[in-house]
Structure formats: C-alpha cells, structure tokens
Design a protein around this ligand. Structure first.
Ligand SMILES: [Zn+2]
Ligand SMILES: [Zn+2]
Length: 237
C-alpha cells in the first residue's frame, strides 16, 4: 500500500526476482519500498523477506515470535514489534492484531493514514470477538476466503492437513469470512478484496457467492486477489 509517497509491503513469499517483476508491474521499484511488515513465518509469507531486505536494504518489522521461529540470517534493519502496540512509519499508523493461527506469534494488520483504514485479515482459523471489534471500521478490507468447506472435505489433502486447515488455528472458510461481514459495520467499506484463496479447495465463484449473499445491501466494490496476477492499485476515496 502507498500513501503520500511511502510504500509498504506486507509479507513477501516470492523470490527477489519475482518481487522486482511484480513491483515493476505496478509502476514501482524496490527503492520505493519503505518497509516490509511480516505477519508470520509460514513460507508463503516470509520466503522472500530476508533476501529482498538484504539486497535492497529495506527495514523489516515483525514480532519476536515470528523472528525467532526462522533462521533469517542478517537483516539490515530489524524492528521487533509487539502484537499489542501500534507503530508509526512515516504517515502510516499500523496496528497489529493477534490472530489464532498455527504459527509462533502471528498478527495481521490495520493500516491507517489520513483518516482511512485498510484491514488485512488472512491466515486465521476463526474470528474472535476482538477481531470483529478491531475490523469494524475499515475503508478497505483484504479478507481471507481460503476454502469451501465441502471442497476441502472431499479434496486431495491428507486427513491431517484437512483437520489443520479447517481447525481453529487454520484458515477461514468462505462461510466464516462471510459471517464476519454480517458482524462489522460496512458503511465505510469501499473495497473488499477476497484473498488467500486455496487453488485446490476453493473456487473464486464460490467465495464470491458466499461474500455477496452476506453483504447484499453493501454497495462497495468486490475484488479478487489472484495468486498469479495479483492486483493493480486500488484508490481509496
Ligand atoms: Zn498463508
Ligand atoms: Zn499461515
């Protein structure tokens, strides 16, 4: 995300080369990246963080649990954050939100600037009351719709993995994501991005249908973050 010339990345699962390519695609270069915030240590979120930070000398923010769970090697500038305290980077106020997920100290983020708030919420097994409260006033929301319950149950994953994904510390189903939308205030929400969609246990159409039926009166714009294409810039009014 970007505000007032400050560009932040959250998580980096791609190689340095792929990240550079994806930045170019949205008209930015690594030199534009002011910091990388990390949510947790799972590979799809952290693989590229240290190599990118080293190559381009970018500061990295993460909890101590996340940092200590992986051998990341030298980081040019590491900021260890608390899950319970907001931090400030240039014009951004960033509020970490602890989430139930099978990682050491995972958090998701609310990012505010100029009176607008973007909520990022992926990689959690269930939505707690605290999370409902924290995400109740977003202007944009990137929300995990990981799996369709039936597709996961009948899909190719092992019994152990199915249990993990569907469990309290796994990932949000389409249903769980939709249910959150019935509990938060959608009046301010301009954009909703469906994200972290499983390629094996979900279909974009199923996620979309579930989300739409839970937010019938909502008039904002619905997007889908595709793993291969990503998303172009979305402007917040
Ligand atoms: Zn993930
Ligand atoms: Zn994860």
């Amino acid at each position: 995300m970007e505000h007032d010339g400050t560009c932040l990345l959250i998580d980096l699962g791609f190689t340095v080369k792929e990240t550079e390519k994806r930045l170019r695609r949205v008209g930015r270069s690594p030199a534009d990246v002011a910091a990388v915030l990390v949510t947790h240590e799972h590979g799809d979120h952290i693989h590229g963080v240290a190599p990118f930070a080293r190559k381009h000398c970018v500061p990295v923010y993460m909890t101590s649990g996340t940092y200590n769970s992986k051998r990341l090697g030298h980081l040019p500038q590491l900021h260890v954050i608390s899950c319970h305290e907001s931090i400030f980077i240039e014009t951004f106020e960033i509020t970490p939100v602890p989430v139930p997920h099978d990682a050491r100290e995972p958090c998701q983020y609310l990012i505010s600037a100029d009176g607008r708030t973007l909520g990022l919420l992926t990689d959690l097994g269930h939505v707690t009351r605290f999370i409902e409260e924290q995400y109740s006033q977003c202007d944009a929301l990137i929300l995990e719709c990981n799996h369709d319950v039936k597709m996961l149950a009948t899909g190719p994953y092992s019994a152990r993995l199915k249990k993990r994904v569907a469990g309290n510390y796994g990932h949000l189903s389409n249903e769980q994501a939709a249910s959150l939308l019935t509990k938060v205030d959608l009046d301010r929400l301009q954009h909703l991005v469906i994200a972290h969609v499983s390629e094996k246990n979900n279909m974009p159409m199923l996620a979309r249908d579930e989300i739409c039926s839970a937010s019938e009166r909502w008039s904002g714009k619905l997007w889908l973050a595709d793993q291969s294409d990503g998303l172009d810039w979305i402007d917040l009014a």
